[in-house]
Design a protein around this ligand. Sequence first.
Ligand SMILES: Cn1cc(C(=O)NCCN2CCCC2)ccc1=O
Length: 119
Amino acid sequence: VSGAKKAKTDKDDNNTNGLATCRMLLAELEAHQDAWPFLTPVNHKAVPGYRKVIKKPMDFSTIREKLTNNQYLNLETFIVDVNLVFENCERFNEDDSEIGRAGHRMRSFFDKRWTELLK
Ligand SMILES: Cn1cc(C(=O)NCCN2CCCC2)ccc1=O
């Protein structure tokens, strides 16, 4: 009957909420050669000023944890956290620095990949 909600099962293989796409994208981010600054949370004890400047820290291992704990509703909420990694990086690092450049390279890689997958 029209309007009846389709029960969500894990057989729901048309990837409706994009979680298979999140898993694929995160695996590619983690495997990227320029991912090294983003693989684990920034150690604010070792990085002066980080805790004060960056209000919402985020990194790939935290995203992995949230994905594992089913904390992402859909691809959109996942993309918000990935973009937070890159926004934090741009805020804290000079564009002309090792980490700043790595962040720009990772952001353009991610933008390219998810737009390819969503087309
Ligand atoms: C994203 N980001 C990362 C850092 C950082 O120092 N990461 C540690 C990188 N090391 C690699 C091998 C062990 C740890 C500093 C500022 C920043 O914005």
